[in-house]
Write a protein that binds this ligand. Structure first.
Ligand SMILES: Cc1cc2nc3c(=O)[nH]c(=O)nc-3n(C[C@H](O)[C@H](O)[C@H](O)COP(=O)(O)OP(=O)(O)OC[C@H]3O[C@@H](n4cnc5c(N)ncnc54)[C@H](O)[C@@H]3O)c2cc1C
Length: 422
């Protein structure tokens, strides 16, 4: 059995199958050997969680599965083979009898001039760490320039997309810059601008009502400039142009305006829905021996009257549980189970020990209790006790010591050796 994608959905399916049907030979294909726990990505960017602790090693999480490190590039349903491009070496083919497609999603970009060249996304650990280093570098550069306009440009940060990723990333990075600026006396008192633009008339779309209003209110009180009903018109090396007519000089543009399914799913020849997600039935089956789940699948939820799930890890995890059960049931000749999941809640951190947390649509918490419950919930969801312990130790250290403000942009890119002296 082959699972394409060892992200949230794929690695959970492999882990659960190792327990439910250990006789099945499961192979995971992914260019990364870790599962990224995305809810901790904003904290990895701001430095309250060590980046390595926000990811889970697939080989530890799924000890019974075989991991093939490489990128699936094509699937041939007729011969039931997948073409895999490893990081190094020749491409090869891997056969399957059962296929699970869990390829996730990528950032949904818009045809904005200069966007791809100058903006950074916020979906991978590499992007989060890049952003952390970039933001700290802006402080360094701002502290060394004499031109006030250039200093203001370096200290202006623009985020586009007011969903969870954009709001949490911006709030956490503002915390980082505020803490770090105490070490930069020349810019400590220079006003910094944090702009969040969104095409809608509100932020945090899934968190409407009082909690959503509280979140927007908190961000505005902290000085964030929320530009609602506003889209990005153009980006260049000097700044951005917004649809309200303002040209904002900045060196930091973060694009968090939604996701779209991994483009590879469009090449599989499977029926897709209007959002280009693989259509699956109530058992998560897409065809004979083919299953799909997570952000790249349109999964009907019986607990939501058959409406398809939104792209979240809490849904991906519950889908994985049903799918592992159904694959094991299919292998053992048992009845398949219908997928149903009633959402537990919504949660977001807003920085400065504040957050919003809604449970079962009835219990709402904000401020410090909202922040504490959000963290506790993420901890509960994080797989592996060893990972949880590491994250708790990061948080505990953060209570007693100031934030680490070191900028390690050169990490992973060592200088080449000098040629031998003559
Ligand atoms: C910043 C951020 C914060 C988030 N916070 C929350 C939150 O607080 N709560 C919540 O519920 N959800 C949150 N989400 C959403 C959540 O991360 C996704 O819904 C979830 O990860 C979907 O799981 P998945 O397995 O479908 O995709 P992913 O977890 O993205 O996994 C896809 C996998 O496929 C692999 N892959 C890609 N292309 C190929 C290829 N060609 N061949 C092989 N493998 C490939 C990737 O390397 C990856 O490992 C957040 C997302 C982001 C970006």
């Amino acid at each position: 059995m082959l699972i394409l994608g060892a992200g949230f959905a794929g690695s959970y399916v492999a882990r659960l199958l190792g327990k439910r049907a250990p006789e099945l030979e499961v192979t995971l294909v992914d260019p990364r050997n870790y599962m990224l726990y995305t809810p901790l990505l904003p904290e990895a960017a701001s430095g309250t969680v060590e980046p390595r602790h926000a990811v889970v090693p697939v080989r530890v999480m799924c000890p019974k599965a075989r991991l093939l490190l490489g990128r699936a590039t094509a699937v041939d349903m007729a011969t039931r083979t997948v073409a895999v491009q490893p990081a190094e070496g020749e491409p090869f083919e891997e056969g399957f009898d059962t296929l699970v497609v869990a390829l996730g999603a990528i950032a949904r970009t818009a045809p904005v001039p200069g966007l791809v060249e100058h903006a950074v996304g916020f979906k991978t650990i590499a992007e989060a760490i890049h952003l952390r280093n970039h933001v700290l570098q802006q402080l360094e550069l701002a502290s060394t320039v004499d031109d006030p306009a250039e200093r203001r440009r370096r200290l202006t940060f623009v985020f586009v997309g007011g969903g969870y990723a954009g709001v949490e990333a911006m709030a956490e990075l503002e915390d980082l810059v505020r803490d770090a600026s105490r070490h930069y006396p020349s810019v400590r008192n220079v006003p910094r601008r944090w702009i969040l633009a969104d095409a809608a008339d509100h932020i945090l779309n899934d968190l409407r009502g009082r909690l959503g209003e509280y979140a927007a209110d908190q961000l505005e009180k902290r000085g964030f400039d929320l530009r609602l009903n506003t889209v990005l018109r153009a980006v260049d090396a000097d700044g951005v142009e917004l649809s309200d007519g303002e040209h904002v000089p900045t060196a930091t543009i973060v694009w968090t305006a939604g996701v779209r399914p991994n483009p590879l799913v469009a090449q599989l020849g499977m029926p897709l829905d209007e959002r280009s997600r693989i259509v699956v039935d109530e058992h998560l089956q897409a065809g004979e021996g083919v299953w799909a789940l997570g952000d790249s699948a349109a999964v009907p939820n019986a607990a939501a009257g058959g409406a398809t799930d939104p792209p979240t890890c809490q849904h991906a995890l519950r889908q994985a549980r049903t799918l592992a059960r159904n694959i094991a049931a299919a292998a053992h000749g048992e009845k398949l189970r219908t997928y149903r999941y009633r959402m537990l809640g919504q949660a977001a951190t807003l920085g400065r020990h504040k957050g919003v947390f809604e449970a079962l649509g009835a219990f709402r918490f904000r401020g410090f209790p909202g922040w504490w419950l959000t963290r506790t919930y993420h901890l509960y969801q994080l797989p592996l006790m060893s990972r949880r312990t590491r994250v708790v130790s990061d948080w505990t250290v953060g209570l007693f010591f100031r934030r680490d403000v070191v900028e390690l942009g050169s990490l992973g890119r060592p200088e080449p050796l000098e040629p031998p002296a003559r």
